[in-house]
Write a protein that binds this ligand. Structure first.
Ligand code: C2E
Ligand code: CA
Ligand code: CA
Ligand code: CA
Length: 279
């Protein structure tokens, strides 16, 4: 039978031993990833649904390790959170994203923003606000060109601190978005009390929007609700033209997904930008 959690009495199976050994190895590699320059940001465009005009780009981290190849964030961000390594990694992400964005602004003159994912542990760190403002200042980037993506999971803990941090960032003009909307099982009340600008509909809803009436109903309802609260809506994981058409017809503001581009390196993104920019 499958037991919940790991009791202290449970014996290690060879497989578990291997897993924990592997874990320790990955952890020590991750510790050195920053100094060895193995982390890299990929970028995925966010476009206006009606026109296809680029309005933003989401920074998505990758770990390029000689022994393991390109490791996806789902494989190491949880570990980085548990070990606290997410703090230096998160700082690096903010600095790098702001630097890349500043360069694109200067080189192309196109007005769009960079969206950066923030994990709960990072957000709760006492120096988080300073880190964000620092990244903007160091790179001379205007706050309106930076959007922070915060998951519903984080908002679930609606402490005074969470609310204060969001308000402070909002006052500075940084944009705030709710990521993975619909997956957090949270109450909706926070949407009216927190200063969010954008709501990102999770890709699990977008995936079946054409074939499943329930998903279509949910997506439509989310868009209507978000708009009545003054929030912009981005649909994630748009892969097919039919999905885009549905989203357009239901007044979804923006879309992101493989239909437009998969996440690509900074230089590939710059190329995409110049080729796909509409005046
Ligand atoms: P997310 O923020 O929900 O990011 C969207 C994920 O969906 C990305 O996976 C992206 O590559 C993928 N995606 C984009 N378009 C499509 C599509 O059309 N279809 C499908 N099926 N998937 C699509 P990725 O890059 O593997 O990132 C996974 C998660 O890792 C992210 O989910 C985010 O929560 C986290 N993450 C990524 N970068 C960072 C970071 O710099 N810091 C933190 N704290 N977390 C990050
Ligand atoms: Ca995100
Ligand atoms: Ca705002
Ligand atoms: Ca998401």
């Amino acid at each position: 039978a499958k037991s919940k959690g790991k009791s202290a009495y449970q014996r290690f199976s060879p497989e578990m031993k291997e897993n924990s050994h592997e874990r320790i190895q990955i952890e020590s590699r991750l510790r050195r990833a920053l100094e060895l320059d193995e982390l890299q940001l990929y970028y995925q465009p966010i476009v206006e649904a009606k026109t296809g005009r680029v309005v933003g780009t989401e920074a998505l981290i990758r770990w390029n390790n000689p022994a393991m190849g390109i490791v996806s964030p789902d494989k190491f961000i949880p570990l980085a959170e548990e070990t606290g390594l997410i703090i230096p990694i998160g700082n690096w992400v903010l600095q790098t994203a702001c630097r890349d964005m500043k360069r694109w602004q200067e080189e192309t003159g196109i007005d769009f923003l960079v969206a950066v994912n923030v994990s709960p542990r990072q957000f709760r760190d006492a120096s988080f606000v300073r880190t964000v403002l620092d990244a903007l200042k160091t790179n001379e980037l205007e706050p309106k060109h930076l959007e922070l993506e915060i998951t519903e999971r984080l908002i679930l803990d609606d402490s005074i601190e969470t609310s204060d941090i969001l308000r402070t960032l909002d006052k500075h003009g940084v944009r705030l978005s709710v990521d993975d909307f619909g997956t957090g099982y949270s109450a909706l009340g926070y949407l009216k009390s927190y200063p969010f600008d954008t709501l990102k509909i999770d890709k699990s809803f977008v995936q079946d929007v054409i074939n499943e009436a329930e998903d279509a109903a949910l997506v439509t309802a989310i868009i209507t609700m978000a708009h009545s609260l003054g929030l912009e809506v981005i649909a994630e994981g748009v892969e097919e033209q039919e999905q885009l058409v549905f989203l357009r017809e239901h007044n979804c503001d923006c879309a992101q997904g493989y239909l437009f581009s998969k996440p690509v390196t900074a230089s590939e993104f710059k190329l995409w930008l110049t080729e796909n920019h509409k005046r």
